[in-house]
Ligand binder design. Structure first.
Ligand SMILES: [Zn+2]
Ligand SMILES: [Zn+2]
Length: 454
């Protein structure tokens, strides 16, 4: 039996007060206790404060635990300096978060605890802390097998799939559906029941959730609110239902509640989502995660693991010695400028082209580690550039990530491109922070698939 307790369910900002009493106002923090007693904490938002107090009160110090952080936006780490077990000598904590290519969790958390922000530094914490930087892949903690998967968010973010004693729990937060352009542009239809789209990344996301006993999913918006929030990195609750239905999950906990959604509005959202399950003929159990709520899950066993590369999730990458070369090709100079400005802070060597022939020539001569190409660039269509590269005699071009940028990222427009070897589609218009995080994910996946290490 695996025990799950929600200590913080709110997204973005803690919202205490009379209108959030039932579902809670603290930000993301979930306690998972496996059958062998291993303590795994998912995220360290403000909910971690009371979890820390409870751990000290129930078991007493020292406390041994593992903290899996999805990403280091404030709402997921704000409870970290207030998590009491970290102050106790003799306690031991393993901390995990997305990293690689010179990004280290330890440095980020130390930054949060600099003198300007907090009176105790990271080094002054009493517990023994080990830091683990993760990419997409697999790791294990005691008898729990964990698969990590990149979410679509304006910061590099990992979702976690935990399998322990036959119980599967997926924690998929701070995720925006892939391939959705702005409604009204002609490529986003009304949300259909079942699979939202067959964009390849959507398919991977569904595989990540497949067959779970419990999916804890980002459900910050509603479908009605979403058009004004595209690029903010969150999922409408109705589409979280579609994901869970397509994944044939058993239970869905709506999570990362919007700070403006009070208890009554969450009740209405749950009703709406349950109706959606009924109209789809599904048996999915849907609820909105509430602070203090406890679930006890029994193992089913016999489920197929998601199709995932056999890659070790933990990395020890340093900063690349040579700036990685990335090609950006678009005939719209404002798009090129936006991408250059968004990506330059990550220390990339950026090459640009305004037409297809030039892009292909630069690709062959400079061998960039990633290419972002406008799908309708003058001269050669983006997909033709991809076909040409995938057919090259040099094996380097068979797998190097090539991403097409398009205002039409609906499945009817992307299927042929994926078949031709397009790595991914980036819907236009894009938010600079979102594309920056996607680029990090593509580079890290590229490193993993080619065995390249910085
Ligand atoms: Zn968040
Ligand atoms: Zn976030």
């Amino acid at each position: 039996m695996v025990r799950v307790r929600f200590w913080g369910t709110r997204g973005s900002l803690a919202t205490p007060g009379p209108t959030t009493l039932r579902y809670g106002g603290n930000t993301s923090c979930v306690e998972v206790r496996t059958a062998d007693g291993t303590l795994i904490v998912l995220d360290c938002g403000t909910g971690a404060h009371r979890l820390g107090q409870a751990l000290l009160a129930s078991a007493g110090p020292p406390v041994r635990g593992h903290l899996l952080i999805t990403h280091t936006h404030w709402d997921h780490i704000q409870g970290f300096p207030f998590f009491a077990p970290l102050f106790i000598p003799g306690s031991q904590w393993d901390l995990y978060a997305p990293g690689g290519r010179g990004h280290h969790l330890e440095a980020t958390l130390a930054g949060q605890m600099e003198y300007t922000y907090f009176p105790v530094t990271l080094e002054q914490l009493g517990a023994a802390i080990r830091f683990h930087d993760l990419i997409e892949g697999e790791l294990s903690i005691s008898r729990t097998q964990i698969v990590t998967h990149y979410m679509n968010h304006p910061a590099l973010t990992l979702g976690y799939r935990l399998e322990s004693d036959g119980v599967v729990i997926v924690y998929a937060l701070d995720h925006e559906p892939h391939g959705r352009a702005q409604p009204g542009k002609g490529d986003v239809g009304p949300p259909a029941a079942g699979v939202p789209t067959m964009h390849r990344e959507e398919q991977r996301h569904i595989e990540f959730l497949a067959g779970a006993d419990l999916v804890i999913h980002d459900a910050q918006y509603t479908v009605d609110e979403y058009p004004k929030k595209i690029g903010w990195g969150h999922t409408p609750a109705e589409w979280a239902v579609d994901y869970a239905l397509a994944a044939e999950a058993k239970r869905l906990a709506l999570f990362h509640h919007d700070p403006l959604r009070d208890d009554d509005a969450l009740d209405r959202l749950v009703d709406l989502c349950r109706q959606r399950v009924v109209s789809a003929g599904g048996r999915l159990e849907v609820f909105a995660a509430a602070e203090g709520q406890v679930l006890e899950l029994e193992g089913q066993g016999g489920r197929a693991a998601p199709r995932h590369r056999q890659v070790k999730a933990e990395v020890t990458d340093g900063v690349p010695a040579v700036a990685p070369t990335v090609l950006v090709a678009d005939d719209d100079p404002t798009v090129v400028q936006l991408l250059v400005e968004s990506l330059q802070p990550d220390g990339l060597h950026l090459l640009t082209a305004a037409d297809g022939e030039t892009a292909l020539r630069i690709a062959r001569s400079e061998r960039p580690v990633l290419m972002l190409l406008d799908s309708h660039i003058p001269g050669l269509e983006g997909v033709d550039i991809v076909r040409s590269l995938r057919g090259d005699s040099d094996p380097y071009f068979w797998s190097v990530p090539v991403v097409l940028m398009t205002a039409k990222a609906g499945p009817e427009n992307t299927a042929a491109g994926f078949a031709a070897g397009v790595t991914d589609y980036l819907p236009k218009p894009f938010a600079p922070a979102l594309v920056r995080a996607r680029v990090r994910a593509w580079l890290l996946r590229g490193d993993a698939s080619t065995g390249r290490r910085m």
